[in-house]
Design a protein around this ligand. Structure first.
Ligand code: SAM
Length: 256
């Protein structure tokens, strides 16, 4: 918030750079989900049986893939970044039931069968609406009828609360109203970005979702929402103003 930063476009080169320095660049759900909510929901998939096919759509460096490989009969993991995929392959070298694919969710046909369980963690965050809708279609179409989608996305409500908490802090430090607004506003976002929940995260325009927007998106992609829960990240050095959260959604594809 506040100062103008250089905007980094969210393209293939960006994701290769991020993947090369993943721990530093990404506030990873894998490490920050202290309650293990995502792991718990993946584990719950065990009851679906050993023959089940799963996918990690946008697997990054593959942090969640070993858990999927241990839980499900066959796993397809895909990502746009070859750098991320190379690390993911190394992470999963011992799993013969796991295949990796380089794909752009906004352009490519997914080169593997539909799955019973799809994981998609902080991938549907592209700032461009057209690209995002293509990626939503690719992700949701990859799930079989009655299959499960476990989705994690940044929360718009959380980003707004961070702003209000920052404002409150400035005012209680004795700043004027106008200085407090300037200090806390998202300087690099235009008004349509703000309306659509696109905020800069480390200099990259990133889509954030409202809880109700997720319900609407999932309904329009023929999914029944079973659960929407906050994955809460307590305030820390990186996130000093207030607790923040992502939305974790469990949804079931309707039988058509
Ligand atoms: C924030 S990272 C999350 C990675 C992983 N899901 C995790 O939780 O560790 C987002 C990932 O989505 C991938 N991604 C972004 N846009 C994509 C696209 N259009 N097609 C495929 N993967 C994409 C990136 O390469 C990156 O690895």
């Amino acid at each position: 918030m506040g100062d103008k930063a250089e905007i980094r476009p969210m393209n293939e080169k960006y994701w290769d750079l991020v993947s090369a320095n993943y721990e530093k660049e990404i506030t990873s759900v894998f490490f920050r989900d202290k309650e293990g909510l995502v792991r718990e929901r993946i584990n719950a998939g065990r009851k679906l049986g050993a023959s089940v096919r799963a996918a990690d759509l946008g697997c990054g460096v593959g942090n969640f893939v070993p858990l999927l490989s241990e839980t499900f009969g066959h796993v397809d993991a895909c990502d746009w970044s070859e750098v991320g995929l190379n690390q993911a392959r190394e992470n999963c070298i011992s799993f013969e039931n796991t295949k990796f694919h380089k794909i752009n969710l906004c352009n490519d046909r997914l080169p593997f069968d539909l799955v019973d369980f799809a994981l998609c963690v902080n991938v549907l965050i592209m700032p461009d609406l057209g690209d995002r809708l293509l990626a939503w279609r690719a992700v949701t179409n990859q799930v079989k009828g009655a299959g499960t989608l476990l989705l994690v996305v940044p929360s718009h409500e959380s980003a707004q609360m961070e702003l209000y908490n920052g404002l409150e802090q400035c005012l209680s430090d004795g700043e004027s109203c106008s200085d407090s607004i300037i200090a806390t506003q998202h300087a690099e976002a235009d008004s349509s970005d703000l309306q659509l929940g696109v905020y800069s995260v480390n200099g990259t325009r990133t889509k954030h979702y409202l809880k109700q927007e997720l319900r609407m998106m999932l309904a329009s992609h023929q999914f029944e929402v079973l659960e929407i829960t906050r994955i809460v990240y307590p305030k820390d050095v990186e996130n000093p103003v207030s607790d923040s959260w992502d939305w974790m959604v469990v949804a079931k594809r309707r039988l058509s």
